[in-house]
Design a protein around this ligand. Structure first.
Ligand code: NAD
Length: 261
């Protein structure tokens, strides 16, 4: 079955991995709903580019992933605009790095809300329609940190382990309804966010660009190469295909061998 004419909602898709995933589904002929923060003009430019480049409809919904009512609204608005939510990608996420004893309580709450609870709220809202149509794909952007920990990333690691558990539970509940639920666990992905950290780290640690990339960012990634956003997006498209209909409840690593170590 082709993905053409289906609707994909991708949270946190105004930049980075989410934007690549939204564009990849649009390329397959899906109407897409993008979501996330950023400059109004830049978001509108990305939205209209999707429509002209791929000949599909693209909508923007600015729902804040810390607000349950807005998250439910994202799903319901998409159903109203396009008739269904067939593919749901829970991708919005933020990071904060600090020892646990100094970790600001509000940062903990924010990370758990955006990186974990928002996926509960979108799934909660999208399930009735998917079950009724007996077809759906739920894809969660987890992380290598859904499988292993790093110090000083307590909230992020807890949220990502949580999303792996939510993925498995939802997969079991939806297994007989034609709805698959999986997560993708990237290692370090080359995004503007990662690129922007390089100059600061070079200055702070007195390192060259190559040293920052190889010895800091890619220290744990055996291939010594970044994952690309397009590689993550290609896996998401595969998980939505018929060929992947028996893949459910899986946590698929794309981490250059990081979690093999
Ligand atoms: P990014 O900062 O480029 O994108 C994050 C997106 O989430 C943006 O669109 C942002 O506007 C949106 N967002 C943030 N807070 C939000 C909120 N409250 N409500 C709605 N949207 C919100 O980051 P990215 O690197 O593309 O990360 C995307 C996902 O991939 C995250 O879940 C992240 O944990 C995961 N991930 C990233 C990497 C990496 O190396 N970049 C590795 C593994 C996993």
């Amino acid at each position: 079955m082709s993905l053409s004419g289906k609707t994909a909602v991708v949270t946190g898709s105004t930049s980075g991995i989410g934007l690549a995933i939204a564009r990849a589904f649009a390329k397959e002929g899906c109407n897409v709903v993008i979501n996330g923060f950023g400059e109004v003009a830049a978001i509108e430019a990305e939205r209209s580019k999707i429509e002209t480049e791929f000949g599909v409809k693209a909508a923007y919904d600015g729902a804040d992933m810390t607000k349950p009512a807005e998250i439910a609204g994202l799903v319901h608005n998409a159903e109203q605009t396009f008739g269904s939510v067939d593919i749901l990608v829970n991708n919005a996420g933020i990071q904060f790095v600090s020892p646990i004893e100094d970790f600001p309580v509000e940062k903990w709450d924010q990370i758990i809300a955006i990186n974990l609870s928002s996926a509960f709220h979108t799934i909660h809202a999208a399930i009735p329609g998917m079950k009724a149509r007996k077809w759906g794909r739920i894809i969660n952007t987890a992380s290598a940190h859904s499988l292993i920990a790093s110090p000083f990333k307590s909230a992020y690691v807890a949220a990502k382990h949580g999303i792996a558990g939510l993925t498995k539970t939802a997969a079991l509940e939806l297994a007989t309804f034609g709805v698959t639920v999986n997560c993708i666990s990237p290692g370090y992905v080359w995004t503007p966010l990662v690129e922007r950290q390089i100059p600061d780290t070079m200055k702070a640690r007195n390192l060259t660009k190559e040293q920052v990339i190889n010895d800091v960012l890619l220290a744990a990634q055996p291939t010594k190469e970044f994952v690309t956003v397009d590689q993550v997006a290609a896996l998401a498209v595969f998980l939505a295909s018929d060929a992947a209909s028996q893949i459910t409840g899986a946590n698929i690593s794309m981490d250059g061998g990081w979690t093999a170590a």
